[in-house]
Design a protein around this ligand. Structure first.
Ligand code: DP6
Length: 341
């Protein structure tokens, strides 16, 4: 019983920041993202048959060739517990993951990581989940992973446990340019920073109200194929999220002077007639949304600010190998949007 899955990160155009229910990983608002076609995570889960009291503790996790024994192992183990519950199994597993996202740098490494883990683990434990249920499962590992299951441009619905999943939406052709200013770990993880923002930022209630409206505006802009509006909303929503986070106490500031310089350079590109819009997640790196035909020009213009990587719109999570699992071989996480609920 072994399965391998590949998933890609996604960058939110309308951000998820804060949970309505931490135990079920339900977000306070909906969000919208574009999946990338760079920085894949490849994860193999092997269910090795051992089971019984306390044996789950034998789950092993290797990330980029190194055995993990800290909090990341606990998170993987808790996630495997959810899969075991669904599968009615108490067998332990080994997880081997190759993650090409700079881990912890605010480039959504947990999104591709938990999306690949959800796809591989559910198959290795013999589950045959619909894309929707896989998205709900990935949500329990990390919120942003919900949106890496469908890939493409996707909306993640707020709601209850059944209703909070991501699905693809129609959108015009888009590309992104990732400007990596600093690939080191961030000073405070997004999970803790969300908690502090909710507890202490006076701006948080306004964030929830305005973002709920913004999701609707973004869905309209995507449906209309209005790239300019999508870009304007994307940059505005990112800055609102950072303002809300900076309002926490003690304050949290993810953007540094070089990040702000990239936002300025992107505004200059716009003034020069190139459609480009900046966004940033829980770290100093900046991601620039642009049209596919402009991505080369945007990448050249921003090359002086850090490592620059161009990305198109990426695929959803998919199984690339499954042996002895009783679930269909590759192809997987296919276009079955509904079903098995
Ligand atoms: C700023 O998905 O990493 O990237 O659900 O606690 O695992 P947890 O948080 P995570 O947060 C992502 C926050 C963000 C915005 C976004 O991706 O929507």
């Amino acid at each position: 019983m072994t399965a391998t899955a590949v998933a890609h990160p996604n960058i939110a155009l309308v951000k998820y920041w804060g949970k309505a229910d931490a135990s079920l990983a339900l977000p306070a608002t909906g969000s919208v993202s574009m999946g990338l076609d760079v920085f894949p995570t490849t994860t193999t889960v092997t269910v090795d048959g051992g089971s019984g009291d306390g044996l789950e503790a034998r789950d092993a996790f290797t990330l980029n060739g190194r055995v993990v024994e800290d909090g990341a192992l606990v998170r993987v183990r808790e996630f495997l517990d959810l899969v075991r519950d669904l599968a009615g199994s108490d067998a332990h597993a080994s997880v081997v993951s190759e993650n090409t996202v700079p881990t912890g740098a605010g480039l959504a490494s947990s999104a591709s990581g938990f999306a690949a883990l959800a796809a591989a683990a559910s198959s290795a434990y013999g589950l045959d989940l619909s894309t929707r249920d896989l998205s709900r499962l990935a949500r329990r590992g990390s919120g942003s992973a919900t949106r890496s299951i469908p890939g493409g441009v996707a909306v993640w619905h707020a709601g209850d446990d059944q209703g909070s999943y991501a699905e693809p939406i129609p959108a015009p052709p888009m590309a992104m340019v990732v400007v990596t200013i600093d690939a080191g770990p961030k000073p405070i993880g997004s999970r803790e920073a969300m908690r502090r923002t909710i507890a202490t930022s006076p701006f948080y209630p306004a964030w929830v109200t305005s973002t709920t409206e913004t999701v609707g505006d973004m869905l309209d802009a995507c449906a209309a194929g209005d790239f300019t509006r999508i870009g304007e909303i994307t940059e505005s929503n990112a800055l609102r999220m950072h303002a809300t986070i900076e309002g926490a106490f003690p304050p949290i500031r993810y953007l540094n002077a070089r990040s702000v310089a990239v936002f300025d350079a992107v505004a200059e590109l716009r003034a020069a007639g190139v459609e480009a819009y900046a966004t940033a997640d829980a770290g100093p790196n900046v991601v620039v949304l642009t049209k596919p035909e402009d991505r080369g020009a945007v990448a050249s213009a921003l090359a002086g600010f850090g490592d620059v990587i161009e990305s198109g719109t990426g695929p959803g999570a998919r199984l690339v190998r499954s042996e002895g699992t009783g679930t269909p071989d590759p192809g997987v996480v296919p276009d079955r949007q509904e079903g098995a609920e």
